[in-house]
Ligand binder design. Structure first.
Ligand SMILES: [Fe+2]
Length: 289
């Protein structure tokens, strides 16, 4: 696994994610966690995929991430042989420039990837062609095609697990086939595959279908962790606080804390994820909200 801090040695243990404090927010928002979020999915390494185009885009995105109270990021450039044929060596070389160019300051940053699904993923993993999310090599972020569910997904996920890496499904709520029929994801959820949902989906910024699927995933108890999948400071910036407010007011602080703070930090440390129960709160009669 790449160093969390540029320049650190590969094997050096990395600092854990810092303690998160909860505090009162404004009257408007009620109590929300004011945390140090761990972003576990973003495309802020320029020139390697469809994320930020240049270092200026990186710097602007990181400034926004700081405003969102992000303190730790995992960069997850696409690895997709036909479109983004990134190899770990090239990504690591680009990441070397990070320390001079990104202006990351005290943000903790590591390099992972978002691996597009294909039947050769287990072989690619065993060859070292993919980058895990954590330095224990426990988690690999996997993206399925949007418009159809390929055959053999279960076998591929199973073979990855046999090799000791746990696939994490990226933004299942944004997959068109899942929006049509969420039941097609059931077997992966029942296999305890972690689902990583997108902050922009839950707020509705990515459309009603993504929001509806996201809420259903959460209420089914299938969601493990939120990430923003940031691509650019203008188009899809790092965003947490609005999503935290939304989830907190709909499902309560405990669920929000687990989805936005505890599980992302555990993912980054290569630890087991905690189950999350999302039950919509009942509205009080005569309440102001
Ligand atoms: Fe992504």
């Amino acid at each position: 696994m790449m160093p969390l801090c540029p320049g650190a040695s590969r094997t050096r243990p990395q600092p854990g994610v810092r303690i998160i404090m909860w505090k009162k927010s404004s009257k408007k928002t009620g109590r929300i966690p004011s945390g140090l979020y761990t972003e576990t999915h973003c495309h802020l390494l320029p020139g390697v995929d469809d994320g930020v185009k240049d270092w200026e885009g990186t710097r602007r995105s990181l400034a926004l991430a700081r405003r969102e109270k992000v303190r730790s990021l995992i960069l997850t450039p696409h690895i997709r042989p036909e479109i983004y044929p990134n190899a770990p060596k090239g990504l690591e070389e680009r990441f070397e420039e990070w320390r001079y160019e990104a202006g990351a300051g005290d943000l903790e940053v590591r390099l992972g990837c978002e691996a597009f699904f294909h039947h050769g993923l287990p072989d690619a993993w065993s060859r070292g062609d993919l980058l895990p999310l954590d330095d224990r090599s426990r988690y690999l972020l996997v993206e399925l095609p949007s418009h159809y569910l390929p055959r053999g997904v279960s076998d591929v996920l199973y073979n990855l697990r046999l090799q000791g890496v746990e696939p994490v499904l990226a933004h299942p709520e944004r997959l068109a086939f899942a929006q049509r029929d969420l039941g097609r994801l059931r077997k992966y959820a029942e296999n305890e595959t972690p689902f990583q949902v997108t902050t922009h989906s839950v707020t509705g910024a990515l459309g009603a279908a993504a929001q509806k699927a996201c809420l259903k995933i959460l209420e089914n108890g299938w969601g493990s962790v939120f990430a923003s999948d940031a691509h650019a400071p203008d188009a899809r910036p790092p965003m947490f606080r609005e999503a935290v407010r939304f989830v907190s007011s709909r499902y309560g602080r405990k669920a929000a804390r687990r989805l936005f703070i505890e599980n992302p930090a555990r993912l980054a440390r290569g630890e087991g994820l905690l189950p999350v129960t999302c039950t919509p709160r009942k509205r009080r009669l005569f309440s102001r909200r």
